[in-house]
Design a protein around this ligand. Structure first.
Ligand SMILES: *[C@@H]1O[C@H](CO)[C@@H](O)[C@H](O)[C@H]1NC(C)=O
Ligand SMILES: *[C@@H]1O[C@H](CO)[C@@H](O)[C@H](O)[C@H]1NC(C)=O
Ligand SMILES: *[C@@H]1O[C@H](CO)[C@@H](O)[C@H](O)[C@H]1NC(C)=O
Ligand SMILES: *[C@@H]1O[C@H](CO)[C@@H](O)[C@H](O)[C@H]1NC(C)=O
Ligand SMILES: *[C@@H]1O[C@H](CO)[C@@H](O)[C@H](O)[C@H]1NC(C)=O
Ligand SMILES: *[C@@H]1O[C@H](CO)[C@@H](O)[C@H](O)[C@H]1NC(C)=O
Ligand SMILES: *[C@@H]1O[C@H](CO)[C@@H](O)[C@H](O)[C@H]1NC(C)=O
Ligand SMILES: *[C@@H]1O[C@H](CO)[C@@H](O)[C@H](O)[C@H]1NC(C)=O
Ligand SMILES: *[C@@H]1O[C@H](CO)[C@@H](O)[C@H](O)[C@H]1NC(C)=O
Ligand SMILES: *[C@@H]1O[C@H](CO)[C@@H](O)[C@H](O)[C@H]1NC(C)=O
Ligand SMILES: CC(=O)N[C@H]1CO[C@H](CO)[C@@H](O)[C@@H]1O
Length: 651
């Protein structure tokens, strides 16, 4: 890990467009190749794939008969408690791109995006971490009030590792977000050095964030530690356990870490190790009293060869696309290897979290990760994990050099006139939040409807032991309209007079544009401030003695609310909003400080002026600050971009 960063640093410094990468997932191989000529940052890439041809179309009409009472359902999941099922995982090196520059410059778009989820699910969990956490170092201050930076790696940097640097302000940033919205945090303990543990993150995190900090990850993908050069081989599950025991002793001896049982592990990638190998060491019994939750991380695929020129055959997104548009390959087959683990965690009284995931590691795939296909997929994947007794899943955010972000801020030198880009995959987090709701009682079952047809999955969600919602997918892409499903929901002895339906729609599975949820959209590329636009459109469907027949367009997704009076039916744009004020300039008159996207009070939102001490919250900052990024700053940013790119691709 140490040297790939250094080599990339060197090539970026020389302006050479070659990236040398070692030991990338899933290959422990070495290669050098030119980076693909990206005319646009990956997050804004325009690749459009051809929707898959469907050779065996699913039956277009089918009936589901979910029973009304949860007690009669086999394999119903555990109740889902507390916060949105889908949370987010933000790579430490890109926190400033996503959350803002420091605790007084928190990005309002980020807050709006969180607010949409909080209003539906009452909370969101966010992890700051990833590979960059292992070498991260807290420093007292950084130049120009920044909260994040990188270590000065010297003029040549052959031995030093460029590390993420952060200041104490990172905790205040998180604290300030939590004081506005119910967002709870996970962070990671640097694991690069098992002799001299750096536990500042726990000391300061517990002191500053208190209950808003849920837990600390102890080791990130330890099964890759040998491949990434962080441990000498052999390093097997018992060796990881030794490291963890040693860490716990150090925590116990530290009076500045009052809460001693807030750890997360083993967070294996299911790369070199499978979960059962870890459980076989007695891991759960040994550590459960110290754990907040048991965790794994996994991506269904990787794009390392195409993105970074590692050895091997580059992935071909066009041929992978169909695998994301079926209930099988990237959903049931992806989740079922963890069913036993999740149930084991439950038996040990602990949550089980998919701590980092997305469409593919090494940046994901153009035309898949950033399209409507990913929205359908991540909704199905999320519900499948919920059904399989995961308690949360964290969707990874890698910044402007990856395809898979749920949301991406504009490049710094465009932030005066462009707004954010919301990935279609973000909609899945909103939908799953609505589907599971706020009651802390929701339970999920995969209905295997339409005779288990893989193009038309369906789920039932129970709340307070009663059938509450039905989720219906149509993965078929057919512009003719002929493939619209007609799904009859016939609840034995329990059909309501009518149901309400919210649709997730877009023109094709391959589009990145005009995605709508219940008629509202967050906007297209560079257009979003994180607020839903347009009128909320909830469809009412009358039911008869034979049930309620719900059309599901091809492609599309429908969430059917069995109780029309449920509060969430009426939620569109969250009521608590945060206005952006730095995007009002016309193109070439951009003069406002692009980094000073001050958080301010929403036009339509609750007034929080003066609620926070010593910050600009609640003050609309209409002034142009008149400072432009100098060329050296841009250089530094692009350098950071390169570094981050390498960090992210080591999931
Ligand atoms: C989009 O990504 C693909 C794959 O990396 C690349 O070939 C293409 O040049 C990119 N498009 C732009 C406009 O950068
Ligand atoms: C319940 O789950 C088990 C194990 O995953 C499976 O074998 C069985 O078919 C499921 N039963 C139903 C009714 O879905
Ligand atoms: C999830 O946990 C519940 C309660 O322990 C159990 O009944 C159910 O079978 C589990 N789900 C699966 C898919 O194993
Ligand atoms: C649900 O659980 C969360 C987290 O434990 C808690 O904050 C919230 O108050 C609970 N909501 C209800 C309705 O019990
Ligand atoms: C771990 O990382 C820190 C910070 O980057 C560094 O100072 C230290 O030397 C590293 N230790 C090992 C054993 O790599
Ligand atoms: C945040 O950054 C701004 C602009 O650089 C600076 O003026 C301010 O002091 C910083 N705030 C904190 C809390 O560091
Ligand atoms: C730094 O790198 C340059 C160019 O690669 C080399 O000529 C020089 O000797 C190096 N300096 C040190 C101190 O290693
Ligand atoms: C932003 O910076 C990039 C990279 O330096 C440059 O290619 C692009 O033209 C700049 N865009 C604007 C609008 O200044
Ligand atoms: C998105 O919708 C708008 C308004 O309906 C339409 O004008 C525009 O062409 C659409 N964009 C794309 C890329 O389909
Ligand atoms: C509302 O959504 C339904 C279902 O997609 C659609 O048929 C109808 O035209 C929409 N109404 C409006 C006003 O957009
Ligand atoms: C609630 C909270 O954590 N507020 C913090 C917001 O950030 C400032 C520093 O910018 C802190 O002083 C506050 O304590």
């Amino acid at each position: 890990m140490l040297w790939y960063c250094v080599l990339v640093l060197a090539s970026a410094m020389n302006g050479v467009q070659a990236v040398t990468v070692y030991g990338q997932l899933p290959l422990a191989q070495t290669n050098t190749a030119p980076a693909p000529a990206q005319t646009t940052l990956a997050a804004y890439n325009d690749t459009v794939l051809t929707p898959p041809q469907i050779n065996n179309p699913p039956p277009r009409q089918y009936t589901l008969s979910p029973v009304k009472d949860a007690a009669a359902v086999t394999n119903l999941s555990i109740p889902h408690v507390g916060g949105s099922f889908w949370g987010f995982s933000i790579e430490t090196s890109v926190v400033s791109q996503v959350m803002g520059k420091n605790s007084s410059f928190i990005a309002p778009t980020f807050l709006n995006l969180m607010s949409n989820l909080v209003e539906r699910a009452s909370g969101v969990v966010v992890r700051i971490g990833g590979n960059t956490q292992e070498f991260a170092v807290m420093v007292d201050s950084l130049p120009s009030g920044k909260t994040f930076g990188k270590a000065d790696s010297g003029s040549n940097a052959t031995t030093k590792t460029p590390s993420v640097l952060y200041t104490r302000d990172m905790f205040y940033m998180c604290g300030n977000v939590s004081s506005m919205l119910n967002v709870k945090w996970f962070m990671g303990i640097p694991f690069n050095d098992s002799v001299n543990w750096r536990l500042t993150i726990m000391e300061e995190g517990q002191r500053i964030l208190g209950d808003n900090l849920l837990a600390f990850q102890a080791g990130n993908e330890p099964d890759f530690y040998v491949d990434f050069g962080r441990r000498q081989a052999p390093y097997n599950p018992p060796d990881y356990n030794n490291d963890l025991s040693n860490l716990i002793k150090t925590i116990d001896a530290n009076p500045n870490i009052p809460v001693k049982n807030q750890l997360l592990g083993p967070s294996i990638a299911t790369g070199p190790w499978v979960p059962q190998q870890v459980w076989d060491t007695g891991f759960m019994d040994t550590f459960k009293d110290r754990m907040y939750a048991f965790t794994v991380e996994h991506y269904p695929d990787n794009n390392c060869v195409a993105m970074f020129g590692t050895a091997g055959t580059p992935a071909v997104p066009q041929s992978l696309l169909p695998l994301y548009l079926t209930h099988k390959d990237r959903v049931v087959d992806l989740v079922s290897p963890y069913t036993a683990s999740a149930n084991l965690a439950t038996a040990h009284g602990k949550p089980f979290i998919m701590f980092e995931t997305n469409t593919g590691s090494c940046g994901g795939f153009p035309g898949i990760s950033d399209t409507f296909a990913s929205a359908l997929w991540a909704t199905d994947y999320g519900l499948q994990m919920a059904y399989n007794n995961f308690t949360h899943a964290l969707m990874h955010i890698g910044g402007q050099n990856v395809f898979y972000n749920p949301f991406t801020s504009p490049p710094t030198n465009q932030s005066a006139f462009n707004q954010w880009t919301i990935g279609p995959i973000y909609y899945s987090t909103v939908i799953v939040a609505e589907a599971l709701g706020k009651s802390n009682t929701s339970q999920v079952v995969d209905l295997n409807g339409n005779n288990g047809n893989l193009l038309t999955p369906s789920y039932a969600i129970y709340e307070n032991d009663i059938l509450s919602k039905v989720a219906l997918f149509n993965y078929v892409d057919d512009q003719s309209g002929a493939s619209t499903l007609q799904v009859t929901i016939n609840v034995p002895n329990g059909n309501p007079p009518s149901v309400k339906v919210k649709y997730l729609l877009a023109e094709t599975v391959s589009t990145k544009y005009n995605v709508t949820w219940a008629g509202q959209t967050l906007g297209n590329k560079f257009q979003s401030d994180g607020r839903f636009k347009g009128a909320l459109n909830v469809t009412t469907i009358a039911c008869g003695g034979q049930g309620c027949t719900i059309p599901v367009p091809a492609p599309g997704f429908a969430l059917v609310f069995m109780d029309s009076t449920e509060e969430v039916v009426t939620i569109g744009q969250a009521t608590q909003t945060f206005a952006t004020t730095a995007h009002t300039n016309a193109h070439n008159t951009a003069a406002s400080d692009p980094t000073a996207v001050a958080s301010s009070n929403g036009h339509s939102g609750a007034d929080r002026e003066g609620r926070l001490d010593s910050t600009n919250y609640g003050k609309v900052n209409g002034k142009a600050a008149g400072r432009r990024a100098g060329s050296s700053e841009i250089w530094t940013l692009s350098l950071l971009g390169w570094l981050s790119m390498v960090w992210w691709m080591m999931p």
